[in-house]
Write a protein that binds this ligand. Structure first.
Ligand code: GRF
Length: 193
């Protein structure tokens, strides 16, 4: 990703809606020397998101916007991102769909992590669908965000094997553990291109 920036590390915002385990792994990654990013802002549409606690733990700014009025909240958000000189956005379990207009403003600078081997199983309930279809493998994907759901250019994927007695819970856990490694790897890949 070619970003001409005056900062030594790419000022990044992470958007979450829930637990924030990917957020935590990204924060930890951001603190190592070889990391190209520095996390400056956590955004959530859910004031009760557990992941918001990482803002306090790691002294990172946070902002909650409920997205009930998406249009006005996105306008507010764009202004907050600007004020904080945010250069890249990582979606990590963020359950709202950003508008075309918003994505255009951060074109090529929004990443997402999805718990399936895209282009298979876009959208919600991926593990349920994967198991119903008796897939042998599933996995996770880091991709750029474009205006179509889970359809932007793929950066990196990790495959996992589905075990005989796999359940949605066990599969989610197995894939999540891989997500925590894949997101940092994908970021390193993007900035070394
Ligand atoms: C992850 O599985 C992610 O791929 C999906 O939502 C989950 C978020 O988990 N989009 P967490 O909040 O990062 O723990």
């Amino acid at each position: 990703m070619a970003l001409s920036t005056g900062y030594s590390k790419i000022r990044t915002a992470v958007f979450i809606s829930g637990t924030g385990s990917n957020l935590k792994s990204l924060i930890k990654f951001s603190k190592i020397k070889k990391s190209p990013i520095s996390i400056k802002l956590i955004v959530s549409n859910n004031s009760k998101a557990k992941g918001l606690n990482f803002a306090k733990t790691y002294k990172i700014k946070k902002k909650v916007l409920n997205f009930k009025n998406k249009n006005s909240d996105e306008i507010k958000l764009l202004s907050i991102l600007n004020i904080n000189n945010i250069e890249m956005i990582c979606l990590a379990g963020f359950m709202k769909i950003l508008s075309k207009n918003f994505i255009k403003k951060f074109k090529g600078k929004i990443l997402n992590i999805h718990p399936s081997l895209l282009p298979k199983y876009k959208g919600l309930n991926t593990h349920e669908k994967v198991l119903k279809n008796n897939e042998k493998y599933s996995g996770c994907t880091v991709h750029f965000v474009n205006s179509k759901l889970d359809s932007g250019k793929i950066v990196l994927q990790k495959k996992v094997k589905i075990s005989k007695n796999e359940t949605q819970v066990s599969l989610a856990k197995k894939i999540l553990a891989q997500e925590h490694k894949l997101y940092p790897k994908a970021i390193i890949k993007i900035f070394s291109l």
